[in-house]
Design a protein around this ligand. Structure first.
Ligand SMILES: [Mg+2]
Length: 370
């Protein structure tokens, strides 16, 4: 059996081409942590985690240090024993889901490379062409309408629209976007916890006529009962995002009928292992899933795309974070077109890695020998 010989921890500092505003923050760059696990058979598995101060409670600095602590548990171990390793990392230090995600993805990637299979095949899936939405950050109604029109001109079939600055402004945004793109392009709203219950119910009823497919996280993350009450009074389907990290959250939300959809993000679920459990609970409860993201590069996005191909219950795909970056630090992995079309390759694993020049210029620590 192979053993883990070396772990590289790489801090990718990725400037955005434009600032991206949501109800929680304005972002102009991402700090993603990439883990590369080398083993005694000469194979390498690559994973990525996106720490988020205001969602996962991790900063790039804490995630980088946590990655070093976690690495010590894996050197010398058999990389194929994924379940046991992930349980060890969780027991050693709870939370830190984004950095545990980076390890989870690297271990699954390595397993698939040992099997000589693309990750979707390892997971029992069927290769498909995926259609991601394109996402609009918060801006003036006129500016958002213009961006929406540009996305649709590029071929986008679904729009995700960030809202959450107030009832009049949010309704004006949606009306302007719908007028500019016309009918037939479903919109997915994301309020990022900005509204209270009464505001959410009023806005969602006001928006019933605008072809809104779903509204994501209308309320603060802790208000599961509130989500249920909004859902009961809303003509638009409700999705949990910041309210759901793991299978326990999924079970609790499904038990009270709080939502129509779960937004699975690998940075919240601590990777594929946790995502499969959430999806299974959703499937059992009649709750469909979205596969979303934070600010993943094509490494995290490729892993997510392979997971989608193995989970038919993951019906909505929000994978367009790589379009934020001024430069692409990766090679390999999925092909992602501006129209939202995502095409997988049949390379072993998820197929994506960091370009050597980005390894060179990034903060990096190597643990273990060669
Ligand atoms: Mg969201």
């Amino acid at each position: 059996m192979p053993t883990i010989t070396q772990i590289e921890i790489i801090d990718l500092n990725l400037p955005f081409s434009h600032p991206f505003k949501i109800a929680l923050a304005v972002m102009d760059s991402a700090h993603n942590i990439v883990i590369r696990i080398h083993d005694s058979d000469g194979l390498v598995g690559v994973g990525e985690g996106v720490p988020s101060r205001f969602v996962t409670g991790e900063a790039p600095e804490t995630a980088f240090e946590a990655a070093k602590l976690y690495a010590n548990f894996l050197i010398g171990k058999n990389p194929l024993e994924i379940d046991s390793h992930l349980a060890t990392l969780e027991r050693y230090m709870l939370k830190n889901p984004a950095i545990r995600c980076a390890y989870d993805l690297a271990l699954y990637d390595l397993l698939a490379r040992h099997a000589g299979l693309p990750l979707y095949a390892l997971l029992g899936g069927t290769k498909q062409v995926l259609h991601s939405n394109r996402t609009l950050g918060i801006d003036s109604p006129a500016a958002m309408a213009q961006t929406a029109k540009a996305f649709v001109a590029e071929g986008a079939k679904y729009l995700k629209v960030k809202v959450g600055t107030g009832r009049a402004e949010d309704i004006a945004r949606i009306r302007a976007i719908r007028e500019s793109v016309g009918g037939g392009i479903p919109m997915r709203l994301d309020a990022n916890q900005a509204w209270d219950e009464i505001t959410a119910i009023k806005i969602l009823n006001d928006l019933a006529e605008y072809e809104i497919e779903v509204c994501e996280q209308p309320l603060p993350y802790w208000n599961a009962e509130g989500l249920r009450r909004v859902r009961e009074r809303s003509p638009i389907a409700i999705m949990a995002d910041e309210s759901i990290f793991d299978a326990h959250d999924a079970f609790r939300l499904a038990s009270i009928g709080a939502v129509d959809y779960f937004n699975i993000k690998l940075a919240k679920s601590a990777g594929i292992h946790g995502a499969l459990k959430i999806n299974a609970i959703g499937e059992a409860a009649g709750v469909k899933c979205m596969l979303g993201g934070m600010s993943e590069s094509l490494i995290g996005v490729s892993a997510g795309a392979h997971l989608i191909c193995a989970c038919p219950n993951i019906a909505l795909h929000d994978l367009d974070s790589p379009f934020h970056f001024a430069e692409d630090p990766t090679f390999g992995g999925v092909d992602f077109q501006p129209n939202g079309m995502v095409t997988l390759s049949d390379a072993p694993g998820h197929g994506a890695d960091v370009k050597p020049e980005w390894v060179e210029k990034s903060r990096r620590v190597v643990i273990g020998g060669s």
